[in-house]
Design a binder for this molecule. Sequence first.
Ligand SMILES: [Cu+2]
Length: 243
Amino acid sequence: MTRLRVVHKAVLMMILGVVMTEPARAYEVDLSAGKTTVRGQITLRGPAPPAERVTVLRDSAFCGEAVTNESLLVDRSSNGVAVVVVSLEGVTAGKPLPDERRLALENRACRFSPRVKAVPAGSQLEINNADPVLHNTHIRKSDATFLNVALPPGGKTIRKPLADPGRLDVRCDAHRFMQATIHVFAHPYFAVTDQAGKFELTQVPPGTYRLRVWHEILGMQERTVTVPAQGQAIANMELQAPN
Ligand SMILES: [Cu+2]
């Protein structure tokens, strides 16, 4: 190996070492940090496909012969996409996390309710079954099982702390059409879009961040947003309709 290559390799290892050992900066509360509101609308590019009907293979006497897939909800007048999870990534200090630290996930009418939810880290997940049929709640994080519990009719509430940030995929193994997603954030700059696809993030400190949006079937996408010291920043995004 030439001397130059050795030097290059040493420099590369140094750079890798710095990148790999640098810890993710933990979020800190700084009440004076942010005054700006970031708002926007997430819309669908292209026509919304018709809602799919899924045949029920088990417990159809209670669940029905078929259920409507409710994963893509588009506002007809504005093309706004509902229940998109929006977050601002890269804010290191700002307002406190929301006080609400409880997420009730109900099995009701052969659906998970809510279907999509974003909560602060440290929230308590409480799962129950309101139906007269057996469900189970199988939660995976990055394909590894996070929780897998049977929920017999009239059974007790299952509790599980959501300590770490990340995305949890929730399924019922008895009814494959039952699906939910829980997003856990270690900072307070997250929202779920309303029926018109609109969102609002308040008390954002000035800076340039990544606005990340996630939808159950439209996937994840990011854009940059620059936030001024006061007033507001508009951050709209279009998501491509499925073929
Ligand atoms: Cu079920």
